[in-house]
Ligand binder design. Structure first.
Ligand code: ARG
Length: 253
């Protein structure tokens, strides 16, 4: 086979892959297993406890699958790759604390929000606690996140440093390489506790509703996910895991 033909075939299969349809709920049901992707580096939402994948969103994904009569095959991907893999039909659903934004809604369809939260400033003691106080400061955020989008809107920030993982942004603040870190307010509370007086939580910069993306147009799966979410929210099982991880119910009110 000539190189030209080989390249042509590669290009053609890439096109086919990108345009292929996502698995409908009926197809997922027939296979018995839903593939759910997460990042596993956003504690307490999705993380590894030793080698065990766990967290509020992992427990929720398992609950939703059970409610839909399915087993789960978990797929772990860097945060910034999650929506790309979804478009390539590598998995059916993503649960990784994605804020529902108009920008993302162009690329994927979102479930109803599985929790409501906001992006907050976390800093060392005596660090900048408000948007105004970030003037002239260096701020660390995870790449591809709504924290990055929103910190860009704050005026006079000296520098925004991006990191592949949210935990790297936290380390930057602890090591004095950044003055503040913007992350999820619930994650921030946990980090403040874990760091034992080294970190404090400041103001919330913005609010967000976080949902679970499916491939754009996968209406049959979206419908079942929303129904399962409503059921676990009314049965008390959602409240139970939320209490377990956060000491409160974080559903949208
Ligand atoms: N809520 C933020 C966003 O929508 C951050 C999500 C980060 N999730 C993660 N698994 N690291 O962009």
């Amino acid at each position: 086979m000539t190189l030209r033909i080989a390249l042509l075939i590669t290009a053609l299969s890439a096109t086919l892959l990108a345009s292929a349809q996502a698995r409908s709920f009926a197809e997922i049901k027939a296979s018995g297993t839903i593939k759910i992707a997460t990042e596993a580096a956003f504690k307490p939402f999705n993380y590894y406890n030793g080698t065990k994948l766990t967290g509020f969103e992992v427990d929720l994904g398992n609950l939703l699958a059970k409610q839909m009569g399915l087993k789960v095959q978990w797929v772990v991907q860097p945060f910034d790759n999650l929506l790309i893999g979804l478009a390539q039909n590598r998995y059916d659903l993503v649960i990784a604390s994605h804020g529902i934004t108009p920008e993302r809604q162009k690329a994927v369809d979102f479930s109803n929000p599985h929790y409501c939260t906001g992006g907050a400033i976390i800093t060392r003691t005596n660090g900048p606690m408000t948007a105004q106080a970030l003037a002239g400061k260096t701020v660390a955020v995870q790449v591809g996140t709504t924290y990055l989008d929103n910190i860009k809107k704050v005026s006079n920030v000296k520098e925004v440093k991006t990191f592949p993982k949210d935990s790297d942004a936290q380390s930057a603040v602890l090591l004095g390489r950044a003055d503040a870190w913007v992350t999820d307010r619930f994650l921030g509370l946990e980090a403040v506790k874990a760091q034992n007086g080294k970190l404090v939580q400041g103001a919330m910069l913005f609010q967000e509703r976080n949902g679970m993306p499916v491939k754009k147009g996968n209406a049959s799966l979206l419908k079942e996910v929303n129904a399962a979410l409503a059921t676990v929210q009314s049965s008390g099982s959602y409240a139970k895991i939320s209490q377990q991880y956060f000491g409160q119910d974080i559903r949208c009110k």
